[in-house]
Structures are given as structure tokens and as C-alpha cells.
Design a protein around this ligand. Structure first.
Ligand code: BES
Ligand code: MN
Ligand code: ZN
Length: 489
């Protein structure tokens, strides 16, 4: 679907028109001109009050032609945020798609750069479906929503929103692919293709090179699978001197069966999504090749499949990671942190000042925060705060959890190696984050996002369909843009 900024009058278009209306201020209805009274009367039948996340469709005959209007509620004006517009926009395109609308118009008032961007994002995110494996498309005969024309919008904002949302949808497509289609080898190939198309550098290391680099942690997790692991390093370099150099690192388990500590059926279901962090990295790198910010960005992930077999790594194994630290395996199902040990060690050697990692790391984080909020952990409060602020704009909910509990830290220091890969049940998201911190080089500012909950949804909600969400893509992109527009770091 295309989104365009376009000035139009209700009288001059024949296609359906969406109008966003506040609960306490229906000024936007003036856009209807002479039709306002009629529409208001029909709205009172629909009991439409402009409440947030409400939508009403009204149809009327004007000079013998049917005109369709979608009224979308924004709630109270003073409470509205960028995400209010993003959600309203998604509601509108979802509904229009269902109603077989091909071309849609929208009036939402005079829109700033940021709000125009949010409207474009919501429209594109809301329309998303993962239905490529339905051989007989339910909607075979149906037309698809192809165009949204937005009145009073900022062209640049629309363009940027389009890049952000398309990158997020690309990530969602990858997350939704099952383990028989995306394995460590094919995921690395996808990264390579994205890099090639976007003019990025990309280096893929195979299982032999992984061992040569001393990445025995990643290698061990992958060695139980018939498909060997891969390590992927993508780079976006701007022209001229970059304002900052950063790395984004993702957990890339193409499937997590638990390994020898095998999961039960219920918990194994949906574990194709355990690659969400890596898929977010690929989506981010794709967008950067279009946004061209003045920041050097390294996109990094280890791809592996955690399987039980005669060649699988075991509980009790003691493994040396790339930075020289040894890991004792308590539980083969705590595999994500083991692969990230090497990815973070590698990222620490690139001369970057900051690292953000995204990982579907712990069920414990979902117990703590629910399915819709990511846990944020950091060794630098200023950096953490910057991301938390941006997450309020993007609607990607994040909440800070602590790393300063010395007693909890002792739990991963027990055993015969330098670190133990599980700290037990209590504070599970925190001990996992503390484990990761062991592999981030001193002096590098680091944020870890535990996205186990929000990376994947069992049911549709807001601008998300069920399945992969692409969580983290937009907040990370906002951060890169912020660095690009700010002082040298
Ligand atoms: N990939 C899982 C975490 C997960 C769980 C993500 C549910 C999304 C939804 C991770 O590898 C895992 O198995 N973690 C264990 C750690 C435990 C064995 C210490 C967990 O959270 O149960
Ligand atoms: Mn696991
Ligand atoms: Zn996992």
C-alpha cells in the first residue's frame, strides 16, 4: 500500500473518506461541509462519541451517489499522543480492507511531521497480514487496499513513516516464517540479500569460522541441530564522518525446542519466534539503507537452532566464549544468553560506543511485565532513559528493571565456570541480563531489551495482527535518527 500527502475536498472525491474525531471536540467534522448535519444525525444512531478505538461507518446518498465515511475516534484531545493517531489509522485501514476499499482518503486535521509519520505507520502496520501459506486465499476475489491519501499531511513525515512501518512489517514476515523455512543458513542468506539490495556490507561466518573466532558458546548451542549455526555481521556506513558508532545485536534462535532440557509441547509452540531479535536487526538495517543517517550501525546476530540430539550440548558442559570467559551450562533451555555471550563479545570489539541488544530471552520477563511490555536493562541510566523516552513516542512499551542486586548476581557466579547460564526461577529476567553484562566490554554503554512478551502475539490487538510484531524496530530506528541529528558522540 502507498500513503500520500494530498489536498482534497470531500466534494471532489468519490472514494470513502476517513475522518478522525476527538471525543470532546468535533471540529474535524467541519471538513464534511454541507454534509456535516446529515452525517452527525447518522452518527447519533450509531452512538458514536469519538471515544478512543471506536469506529463508525456511515453511508448516504448524495445526488444519487453513495458516499461512505468512516469516523474514527481519537478520545480526549488533551490525552492524545502519537500512538493515538497510529492506532486510529490502523483501525481505519483494517476496516477499509475488510470492506473491499481500494483507495481511501483521510482527514485528521492539520498534521505535524511526527503525527503524519504516525498516521502512515499505523495505516501500513494495520493492514498487515501473514497469509502467504493459505493456498486458497479467503479473500481471493477481493480487492486490496492500495492507496491512502492524507489531507494536510507532511510529505516528509509520511515518507519516513512508510520506511519505518515497512521495515517493521518485513521483520514480522521473517518472524512468522516457520523453522522449516527459516533456519540458521537461510536467515543468514536473507541478511545477505537485504545487505546487497541496500548497499550494506555483510559478512557471514560459517560453523568452521565460528570456531576459529573462538565463538564456542554460539557453536555449542547450534551443534545439536542438523543445520549448523551462522554468525552474521551487517554494516551501514554513512558517507563522511559518522556522528556515532553503535551496534544492534539480536537473539537469533530459528527454533528453540529447549535442547536436552526439552520444553513441553505447550511451551515449544510459537518458538519459531525466538529469532525475533535477529529479525528486528535485519529490518533495522534494511530501513537504514533508505534513511541514510549520519551514524555507523553494526547489525549483528548469531543464528542457531536449539535441538536435542546425540551432538547437542549438555547440562554440566563448560564452554569458553569469545571473550575468554567460561560458561557452565545449568540448563540447555537458557540458550539465548549463551549465543549472545559471543555476539556481545564480538560487538564489543568493533569500536562502538553503544550496544542495544534485543532478545526473546526469558519467560520470567513476561511474568514480571505481561505480554505487551519489554524489560529494559542498562549499565548507563542516561542511555536507558533516552530509549524509554523514545518508546513513549513509538508505543513500543518498555519498563526498566534493575541490575544492581548483588545477592541476585551471586546466583550466576556459582558453579565451576566463570558464569552459570541460569540463576534459577526468582528474578529470572534479571539474572539473564546480568549474565549478558559479563560479555559487554567495560566502557561501552549497553541496553538490553527482553522482548519475550511483545515480540509475538497470540491474538490481534491494536495495530498488530496475531503473530510476530516486529517490536523494537521503530524505537531503535528513532534512536539512530536522534543520534544522526544530534551532537557528535
Ligand atoms: N526463548 C525462551 C524464552 C521465551 C519464553 C520467549 C516464552 C518467548 C516466550 C528462552 O530461551 C527460554 O527458554 N528461557 C527459559 C530460561 C530458563 C530455562 C532459565 C525460561 O524463560 O523459561
Ligand atoms: Mn530456551
Ligand atoms: Zn530461547
Amino acid at each position: 500500500m502507498q500513503v500520500r500527502a494530498l489536498e482534497f475536498r470531500v466534494e471532489d472525491v468519490k472514494e470513502p473518506v476517513g475522518i478522525f474525531v476527538f471525543e470532546d471536540d468535533r471540529e474535524n467534522l467541519n471538513f464534511l461541509g454541507g454534509l456535516r448535519d446529515q452525517v452527525e444525525k447518522l452518527l447519533s444512531v450509531e452512538n458514536f462519541k469519538g471515544k478512543e478505538e471506536s469506529i463508525a461507518k456511515v453511508s448516504l446518498l448524495v445526488e444519487d451517489k453513495v458516499r461512505v465515511f468512516y469516523l474514527v475516534g481519537l478520545g480526549k484531545r488533551e490525552k492524545s499522543t502519537e500512538d493515538t493517531y497510529r492506532t486510529a489509522s490502523a483501525l481505519l485501514t483494517k476496516r477499509a480492507k475488510k470492506d473491499n476499499v481500494k483507495e481511501l482518503y483521510l482527514y485528521a486535521g492539520e498534521l505535524s511531521f511526527r503525527i503524519s509519520k504516525a498516521v502512515a505507520e499505523g495505516a501500513i502496520l494495520g493492514r498487515y497480514r501473514f497469509d502467504k501459506y493459505k493456498t486458497k486465499k479467503e479473500e481471493e476475489e477481493r480487492v486490496d487496499l492500495e492507496m491512502l491519501c492524507v489531507h494536510g499531511a507532511d510529505e516528509q513525515g509520511i515518507r519516513m513513516g512508510e520506511i519505518f512501518a515497512k521495515a517493521q512489517n518485513f521483520t514480522r514476515d521473517l518472524v512468522n516464517e516457520p523453522g522449516n523455512v527459516i533456519n540458521p543458513i537461510t536467515l543468514a542468506e536473507i541478511a545477505q540479500r537485504v545487505a546487497q539490495e541496500g548497499g550494506l556490507q555483510c559478512r557471514v561466518y560459517d560453523e568452521k569460522e565460528i570456531q576459529e573466532m573462538g565463538m564456542y558458546a554460539l557453536w555449542s548451542v547450534g551443534k545439536g541441530s542438523a543445520t549448523p549455526p551462522r554468525f552474521v555481521h551487517m554494516v551501514y556506513k554513512p558517507e563522511g564522518e559518522p556522528k556515532a558508532r553503535i551496534a544492534v545485536v539480536g537473539k537469533g534462535l530459528t527454533f528453540d525446542s529447549g535442547g536436552l532440557n526439552i520444553k513441553t509441547g505447550d511451551y515449544m509452540r510459537t518458538m519459531k519466534m525466538d529469532k525475533s531479535g535477529a529479525c528486528a536487526v535485519i529490518g533495522i538495517m534494511k530501513a537504514l539503507s533508505e534513511l541514510k543517517p549520519q551514524v555507523e550501525v553494526h547489525g549483528i546476530f548469531g543464528a542457531a537452532e536449539n535441538m536435542p540430539s546425540g551432538t547437542a550440548y549438555r547440562p554440566d558442559d563448560i564452554i569458553r566464549a569469545m571473550n575468554g570467559k567460561t560458561i557452565e551450562i545449568d540448563n540447555t533451555d537458557a540458550e539465548g544468553r549463551v549465543t549472545l555471550a559471543d555476539a556481545l563479545s564480538y560487538a564489543s570489539n568493533l569500536g562502538v560506543s553503544r550496544i542495544i541488544d534485543m532478545a526473546t530471552l526469558t519467560g520470567a520477563c513476561m511474568v514480571a511485565l505481561g505480554e505487551y511490555t519489554a524489560g529494559l536493562f542498562t549499565n548507563d541510566n542516561g542511555f536507558g532513559e533516552e530509549l524509554l523516552e523514545l518508546s513513549k513516542l513509538t508505543g513500543e512499551r518498555m519498563w526498566k528493571l534493575p541490575l544492581d542486586d548483588k545477592k541476585l548476581r551471586e546466583k550466576i557466579k556459582k558453579g565451576e565456570g566463570d558464569v552459570l547460564n541460569s540463576g534459577g526461577r526468582y528474578g529470572g529476567a534479571i539474572t539473564a541480563a546480568m549474565f549478558l553484562e559479563e560479555f559487554v566490554k567495560e566502557g561501552i554503554k549497553w541496553v538490553h531489551l527482553d522482548i519475550a512478551g511483545p515480540a509475538h502475539l497470540r491474538e490481534e490487538f491494536s495495530y498488530y495482527a496475531k503473530g510476530g510484531t516486529g517490536f523494537g524496530v521503530r524505537t531503535c530506528l528513532e534512536y539512530v535518527i536522534k543520534l544522526s541529528e544530534g551532537e557528535n558522540q
